[in-house]
Design a protein around this ligand. Sequence first.
Ligand code: ADP
Ligand code: MG
Length: 320
Amino acid sequence: VLTEFELIRQIIGPMGGLNPCREDVRVGIGDDCAVLVPPPDQELVTSVDTLVEGVHFPREIDPGSLGYRSLAVALSDIAAMGAEPNWFTLALTIPNAEQDWLTAFAQGMGSLASNYQMQLIGGDTTKGPLTLSLQVFGFAPHGEALQRCGAKSADYIFVSGSLGDAGAGLGQLQEGTQEQNQYLMKRFTHPSPRIALGKALRSYANACIDISDGLSSDLGHILSASGLGAEIDSRALPLSDPLVASVGEAQARDLALTFGDDYELCFCIPEEYLNFVEEIAAELPLQITKIGMMTPTPGLKIRGMGDDWLNESKSGYRHF
Ligand code: ADP
Ligand code: MG
């Protein structure tokens, strides 16, 4: 049986928690608090995410993927603000201390953390039903963080990557079907936080959000925060070939509109910056697709396949 300290070592070891990598951490793991030294010209950007087994991830997910996905999901919020990630804390509740599970989990999380030179600066370890709580931190230059408010009428609305993949991937993971599409599965287990895109958009986007609950509901947050409406065209939604091959085009469009979990960005760009957005897409490189436009009239209008307007706006994931 592991002692509490051995258990913490198991968790933080593979994440580099014993080998600090950043100079802006004066005191890291091992004391009662971390002591951090943010640069004077930056603002601190932070967010916390809690993931509960059976609610936010299925029991079937392997520990390495769970570690990777949990941090990726948290980092997506940092990306949406146009910030540069730096530190994170991990509060972990586990039913039992199983060494192989912990190592795989920590390696999954650590691989993503090291991609971004992020340092684990503390946390908490408790016994109970599997639950993860991650707080992530990042920097953005003074006044430059992107927000949900600030979109202007006639801004063009863009999304990154393709939408709907993770929804289909989650379905396959839960069904445990023999013929699993690795691409779709990975889009659920290993989402890509769009950090580089968020940073590049700082000077150009009037508003930005990450798509966690579904395009229509997350774009809805930009609309209410900005006091505007939008018209989008469901025919313009970026769908991947594997998604269309797996579920057909109609369901693919439905997933793209209403299913979250892809962690792409949705953002609003004024006309004079359209060519900069094209340059960013080519440089990253990352697919970026124009899906509609902001309007002065509140409400989200979605054009359907036959040039019609869809009746009820599709609502997205409901938390309660
Ligand atoms: P305290 O009792 O003072 O809260 P703990 O004994 O819980 O401290 O933790 C000791 C050290 O290990 C602290 O620096 C804490 O931040 C760190 N720690 C504990 N659990 C984790 C974890 N899951 N991930 C990262 N750091 C952790
Ligand atoms: Mg203490």
